[in-house]
Design a protein around this ligand. Structure first.
Ligand SMILES: [Zn+2]
Length: 117
């Protein structure tokens, strides 16, 4: 892995233990950085949704205004298809879906909600 010649079994990847642990440490920190990045996007999305919805209310928002607040529509924690065929995206305990090209519906998610959102 480090570029030095490896001797021994044909499937041996590392020249020594140091080389192996160095590789594994780098892989772990890359994974941790990736997880941190995704977590921070999701946390920010949730913060935006939280600020839009009061208690159990639902609300409509312009997609553009959510864009302006840095909401990232590509990141969510779950996706659910409702009884009416609408697809809802969840961000932890909040849910949102596209109403049309410009509007988004947002609400606090309750697990019993499977229709009419
Ligand atoms: Zn090596």
């Amino acid at each position: 892995m480090c570029g030095r010649p490896v001797s021994g079994r044909v499937d041996k990847k590392f020249c020594d233990d140091h080389c192996r642990s160095n590789f594994n440490n780098k892989a772990r920190s890359r994974a941790a950085a990736e997880i941190r990045l995704v977590n921070s996007i999701l946390r920010h999305n949730r913060r935006v949704l939280n600020s839009m919805v009061m208690d159990d209310d639902e609300t409509y928002a312009l997609r553009s205004s959510m864009d302006e607040r840095g909401f990232n529509f590509n990141f969510y924690t779950q996706q659910q298809t409702l009884d009416d065929g609408n697809i809802v995206m969840l961000c932890y305990d909040y849910a949102w879906r596209h109403i049309d090209e410009i509007r988004v519906k947002v609400m606090r998610w309750r697990t019993e909600l499977t229709e009419a959102f």
